[in-house]
Design a protein around this ligand. Structure first.
Ligand SMILES: Nc1nc2c(c(=O)[nH]1)N[C@H]1C(S)=C(S)[C@@H](COP(=O)(O)OP(=O)(O)OC[C@H]3O[C@@H](n4cnc5c(=O)[nH]c(N)nc54)[C@H](O)[C@@H]3O)O[C@H]1N2
Ligand SMILES: Nc1nc2c(c(=O)[nH]1)N[C@H]1C(S)=C(S)[C@@H](COP(=O)(O)OP(=O)(O)OC[C@H]3O[C@@H](n4cnc5c(=O)[nH]c(N)nc54)[C@H](O)[C@@H]3O)O[C@H]1N2
Ligand SMILES: [Mo]
Length: 759
């Protein structure tokens, strides 16, 4: 029974505004879950599928990367996980007839929401040069086209292989192996736009670019600081962990320019108390100005230094390096500039300090609110300084907790999806497969766009994702993509990247997490790594969306055979038949995966080693945890302008739009809204409900305009504004990126608001 696609585009974008809510989840979330699941899947399929989410014999939720605990509920998912599952397990289908009816120009005129709602792609499709329509193509011909275009390049570095973070460990390992046998390290990934700043900062300071806490640590913490993260929407299962910590006496400080409902109160639908009353989560809300976090943590560092007995001197002496330089910089911090940078009051910071000093075990959690600024790497290093002072790394109940986004984004990096791989990784890979991997670094996302723009890259291949919508500077990115000779997308669902193509284009439809994966060697499982370094198996249980789909590992294996031919001695056919043979190789190349196949057979999987967490050993250049002393930065907001952050609504998964509501923020029926502090709005003459264009201001003088946004008076921090991504990506300049990590600064965009006639 195929479900009907929704009515045609353009989507009515007529937002209604009711004001922010003060609690998250509860029974209404269950109602939303069931409605969405039923619309996409029907009742029986919805129940069968949702009961397998995150179970030990089921599949890993394709939503976020939050880990599962040991004691699992029958329904171990959240509203937004259910939406992610429903989007994938939908009964709607995109067939060759659909492409016959919708030429490229038509697809390019549709919203991302409409494209996504059409359903699962069922056949490989090819757009020939000069044609305005995708046509069905056989898999053999598709791989032949790839081989022809890759073979025609002057250098392997003219090819780009992008990965989005849903890709399994097995597929990711094969893709990086293929790219390197082909001869390039051009392996940009969504991480470049996401937690790259965390990876850069943590690798330098603690020696490993991953978080140092387990769920158990969170449950045991005395103090949890949640900075720049909206877990009620983006990691709803984290609320259960915060609730558990609170029940054991933890206190929570939220640092955010927005009051986010999920951090105020959690109504746990699994308990009677939760349904009725809920648990208050945040004890202290620091409503910080966008970009003020480095200044805040630096001042806290100074205040800790000035408090008798507050520094863990033994830890600092035994395990750290660079303390003196840091202490000198911290002592120079002053109240006035910190209050200006943060927009906070002195008594609020003093209250935070009191809570910090009262805690023996502190965890700092963060996400995109810290990673997507010019000074993000410095900000996260400052978080590390703060924790090091109190000895809060490598001790139970404390540590760094960068909360990852995509469900396997951390695993993809572990598997070698990285444009700047370590020499040790390349040595192991080359030795195992008998070839000489390229040693020069490849291109990240921003540099890939520049290479396409400048005609230096000619073939773009994406393992999932929606590159043109997720990337910054939409107009520049789209023009760059159109210059490619060939663009290839391995995808489950349609998105804008299929409509903005190179001269030739391929869509290669693939299995998702929920689909049963049967190969010549029998039924397969894949593996993923969560945000806390736990690796476990994932098995889909639904019949695939179409008999013509290939799995991601099969697509890479066949591409490799077509492109590399007999020159490659890698057993690609074996890999495709039995993913266990891929895991045997991963076990020999990637540290921590010894005995991989045996260990994933155990329910719940296994935890990867993490030297700082496990042994207080810091594999950095100095052999110690490094204090750093970067100058404090924060964005200056020119007169009459606002600092815009681009963020997620409750009804989206990155560029996949599930619906037009943002329930917890009280927005309904539209996405073109901009949240502005009422005082700022008054000063700027922006009435609530009026219509405005957002105009980006950047040093290159280019005018970047996002037209037609409804002004919403909202309690965000002074000088700040917020609007949804990806509609606002057009405003983020390609060269406005974080120092060191090169992550687009999509949370710090200077804008002016220009009244426009209509919404
Ligand atoms: N349902 C759902 N789940 C998701 C996703 C999704 O789109 N939908 N996306 C997944 C992915 S890939 C990721 S990376 C994560 C993203 O998870 P989040 O990082 O929670 O996502 P954002 O919506 O970008 O929210 C950023 C938060 O940081 C705050 N913030 C912005 N600027 C600053 C600042 O300068 N300082 C501080 N302290 N706070 C700031 C914002 O107000 C907001 O609360 O979620 C993952 N999970
Ligand atoms: N302005 C602004 N820009 C941002 C951000 C922001 O906060 N503000 N956030 C950034 C962040 S944190 C991230 S992670 C990126 C996200 O960037 P991406 O990961 O590139 O984008 P997604 O929207 O997650 O990709 C969705 C597409 O993935 C495909 N897909 C889904 N499941 C599967 C699967 O199992 N296999 C395959 N092969 N394909 C699948 C579908 O076709 C779907 O349309 O965006 C970044 N861009
Ligand atoms: Mo992300």
């Amino acid at each position: 029974m195929a479900r009907k696609p929704p009515a045609g585009d353009p989507v009515q974008d007529a937002p209604q505004v009711a004001g922010p809510q003060h609690a998250a989840v509860g029974l209404s979330a269950i109602g939303h879950t069931l409605r969405v699941a039923q619309q996409q899947m029907g009742v029986g399929r919805a129940a069968r599928t949702l009961l397998k989410v995150n179970q030990k014999d089921g599949f890993d939720c394709p939503g976020c990367a939050w880990p599962e605990g040991d004691d699992r509920h029958v329904a171990e998912f959240c509203e937004n996980g259910a939406k992610a599952v429903a989007e994938e397990a939908t009964l709607r289908r995109v067939t060759p007839d659909f492409f016959a009816a919708h030429p490229l120009s038509d697809l390019a005129s549709r919203s991302g929401y409409w494209l996504g709602q059409q359903g699962r792609i069922t056949r490989p499709m090819y757009l020939a040069e000069g044609s305005d329509r995708y046509e069905p193509v056989s898999w053999e011909r598709a791989f032949a086209i790839l081989a022809e275009e890759l073979g025609a390049l002057d250098s392997p570095d003219e090819a780009l292989f992008y990965t989005s973070g849903r890709t399994s460990n097995e597929a990711a390992f094969l893709l990086q192996l293929f790219a390197r046998e082909f001869g390039t390290n051009n392996l940009p990934d969504c991480s470049n736009m996401c937690h790259e700043s965390s990876g850069s900062a943590l690798t330098e300071t603690i020696g490993i670019g991953k978080g140092s806490v387990s769920l158990e640590d969170l449950h045991q913490a005395d103090l949890i600081i949640v900075a720049g993260q909206n877990p009620g929407t983006n990691h709803p299962r984290m609320l259960s962990a915060l609730e558990k910590a609170k029940t054991s006496g933890a206190r929570i400080i939220s640092v955010n320019p927005l009051p986010e409902a999920g951090l105020e109160r959690f109504k746990n639908p699994q308990t009677a108390r939760g349904i009725l009353k809920g648990t208050a989560l945040t004890d202290l809300f620091l409503q910080i100005r966008i970009g003020g976090d480095q200044a805040l943590f630096r001042l806290l560092g100074k205040l800790i230094l000035e408090t008798e007995g507050a520094v863990d001197e033994e830890f600092v002496r035994e395990h750290t390096h660079g303390f003196e330089d840091f202490a000198a910089a911290a002592r120079a911090a002053d109240w006035d500039s910190t209050l200006a940078a943060t927009g906070l009051r002195r008594d609020e910071i003093e209250q935070a300090l009191g809570m910090v000093l009262a805690s023996r075990r502190t965890v700092v959690c963060w996400a995109m609110g810290l990673t997507q600024h010019k000074h993000s790497v410095a900000t996260i290093r400052e978080v590390v300084n703060f924790l090091l002072l109190r000895g809060d790394i490598g001790r139970p109940g404390s540590g760094v907790c960068p909360v990852r986004g995509h469900s396997n984004v951390q695993g993809d990096r572990t598997m070698g999806i990285f444009e700047r791989p370590s020499a040790a990784f390349l040595d192991a890979l080359g030795k195992e497969f008998g070839f000489a991997p390229p040693r020069h670094h490849g291109l990240d996302v921003v540099r890939s766009i520049e290479a396409l723009r400048d005609g230096k890259a000619k073939v773009f291949f994406a393992m999932g994702g929606n590159f043109v919508s997720a990337s910054p500077d939409t107009a520049v990115t789209e023009a760059a993509m159109r210059r490619a000779r060939l663009t290839v997308h391995v995808s489950t669902k349609l998105n804008r990247s299929h409509a903005v193509t190179g001269r030739r284009a391929l869509i290669l439809p693939t299995l998702g997490r929920t689909d049963k994966d049967v190969q010549a060697g029998g039924r397969q499982v894949v593996t993923v790594e969560d945000s806390m370094g736990m690796v476990h198996a994932s098995r889909g249980n639904l019949p695939p969306a179409s008999p013509h789909l290939l799995s991601e590992p099969a697509i890479v294996a066949r591409m490799a055979r077509a492109v590399l031919g007999p020159a490659s001695t890698t057993p690609w056919e074996e890999f495709e038949k039995d993913y266990g043979t891929i895991r045997d190789r991963i076990a020999r190349v990637v540290p921590g995966f010894e005995d991989f196949n045996a260990r994933i057979a155990r329910p719940g999987g296994f935890t990867l080693p993490h030297a700082p967490r496990d042994e207080r050993r810091f594999p950095t250049a100095t052999g110690k945890a490094n204090f750093t002393a970067a100058p404090v930065e924060y964005p200056e907001i020119p007169q009459g302008r606002l600092l815009l952050q681009t963020l997620r609504s409750h009804d989206q998964y990155n560029t996949t739009i599930y619906g037009l509501d943002d329930r917890y923020r009280g927005i309904k029926g539209g996405r073109r809204i901009v949240l502005v502090n009422p005082e700022d709005a008054r000063e700027l003459g922006l009435a609530d409900g009026s219509c405005t264009d957002l105009v980006g201001e950047w040093k290159d003088g280019v005018e970047r305009r996002a037209p037609g946004f409804r002004v919403v008076h909202y309690p965000t921090a002074r000088g700040c504004a917020a609007a949804y991504y990806p509609e606002t990506n057009v405003l983020v300049p390609l060269d406005s990126t974080a120092d060191t990590s090169n992550t687009p600064a999509s949370k710090s965009v200077i804008v002016r608001l220009e009244q426009s006639p209509t919404v």
